[in-house]
Write a new protein. Structure first.
Length: 413
């Protein structure tokens, strides 16, 4: 049995289609993804919009203190930086900077402490300039909205300020300089514009890892040719090798058991090679759970071996015909796993939302989901649920293979 197992493994590894489609092709496709998608996440990141602010008396007045605080907040270096702010002394200097193209807008502050912006018509005609101007405009509009709401709140509730009638503009200006207004505005600003980013996933979401997870599902299905070749080599009516084995001293049941074991080991190490290449060479994130990822690879290998056994046991079809069936199943299932680009991803998402059962019966999608669940979910329940689905698929395929591989009588071999 041991010698037969080692011989079967060597036979499978030396198969040309196994070497090309199961080992080399996933590595080549992963490399192609890495070259094409390595900078896609950076393309979604927008650089801070450059602008200048006129630091005159109005900007430095007490009524503009909250605007200065807001400006410091949105221009602070970090992931949430919106503006890259430079200060100039006069409006003329600001206009020169904007006209030269070094800044998208010039911000000025009026006597009431409200900001406004001036832009260059030439910069507005450029895509980058218009985007930066939109960012600056959004920030200023947000501040003016907050200021208007804060002012309206104060004017509409005079009793809260100990006044008998709504204050005049002069009284409002006087109150704006008081400590009470400072505390109220700080509290209002805190509630209105300060947000906290909360990650609901274990790791930061990436728009590229789904391609690699779909590739793992694709590689698992491409590996079904391994067990097809193994089963064909043990069947009397599929190859000369199988005919000779049927008259050997090893029972057909043991030969098929050895073929399945050899196929599983071969597929597992092929998937392990693809996983190691993505994880350690290409730097693909699998959630830091490499040990559990081995369990996912084993489940994928088991499902692939069982499906290949079921296809390989189909009678009266040649080995090339069975390989063609396996390739068609692989390409079709990979389409709904999201392997073929953004349109395929969108199709997979729509199918997942409208027909979840279609994803449940798709072996490529379930193989990809195993790594997705392992990476992004804190709980391991979704991961083990996916493993159970893969195990059920393997059991069903093995039952089909057993029914097709039951003892048969042949008129001639």
């Amino acid at each position: 049995m041991g010698a037969l197992f080692a011989h079967t493994v060597r036979m499978l590894v030396r198969q040309r289609d196994v070497l090309i489609w199961v080992i080399l092709f996933p590595l080549a496709l992963a490399t192609l993804f890495h070259v094409m998608l390595s900078n896609i996440d950076e393309s979604y990141r927008v650089d801070p919009a450059s602008c200048v602010v006129v630091a005159d008396d109005n900007f430095n007045s007490e009524r503009a203190v909250f605007f200065r605080e807001m400006l410091d907040e949105v221009s602070a270096p970090g992931a949430g930086q919106l503006l890259d702010v430079a200060k100039v002394a006069t409006l003329e200097e600001g206009r020169e900077v904007v006209l030269s193209g070094d800044a998208a807008a010039c911000i000025t502050v009026d006597e009431e402490g409200l900001p406004s912006m001036q832009v260059s018509p030439l910069a507005a005609s450029l895509t980058t300039g218009s985007i930066d101007q939109s960012v600056v405009r959004a920030v200023l509009d947000q501040y003016r909205q907050i200021y208007a709401e804060m002012k309206q709140t104060f004017l509409s509730q005079p009793s809260a300020q100990g006044m008998q009638a709504p204050p005049s503009e002069g009284e409002l200006a006087e109150f704006a300089r008081s400590a009470g207004m400072s505390e109220a505005a700080s509290a209002f600003m805190s509630d209105a514009v300060r947000t906290q980013q909360v990650d609901v996933l274990r790791v930061q979401a990436s728009s590229t890892v789904r391609y690699y997870y779909a590739l793992m599902g694709f590689a698992a299905l491409m590996s079904i040719t391994v067990s097809i070749n193994a089963v064909s080599a043990a069947r009397a009516n599929t190859s000369a090798v199988g005919a000779r084995r049927q008259v050997s001293g090893v029972s057909p049941a043991r030969q098929l058991a050895v073929a399945m074991a050899a196929s599983f080991v071969t597929v597992f190490f092929c998937l392990l090679l693809a996983f190691a290449y993505m994880r350690f060479v290409l730097g693909v994130e699998f959630g830091g759970r490499d040990g559990l990822a081995m369990l996912a690879l084993a489940a994928c290998a088991l499902m692939s071996t069982a499906l290949g056994a079921a296809i390989g046991a189909i009678p009266k079809i040649s080995i090339p015909g069975k390989t063609g069936i396996a390739t068609g199943i692989t390409c079709f299932c990979a389409l709904f796993a999201g392997l073929y680009g953004e349109p395929s991803m969108q199709l997979a998402d729509r199918v997942s939302q409208s027909a979840p059962w279609a994803v449940l019966v798709n072996p490529a999608a379930q193989a990809a989901n195993a790594f997705y669940d392992l990476t992004y979910y804190d709980s391991l329940a979704p991961f083990f649920a996916t493993l159970c689905v893969l195990a059920v698929m393997a059991a069903v395929f093995f039952v089909v293979a057993a029914l097709l591989m039951r003892r048969q009588n042949y008129e001639r071999l």
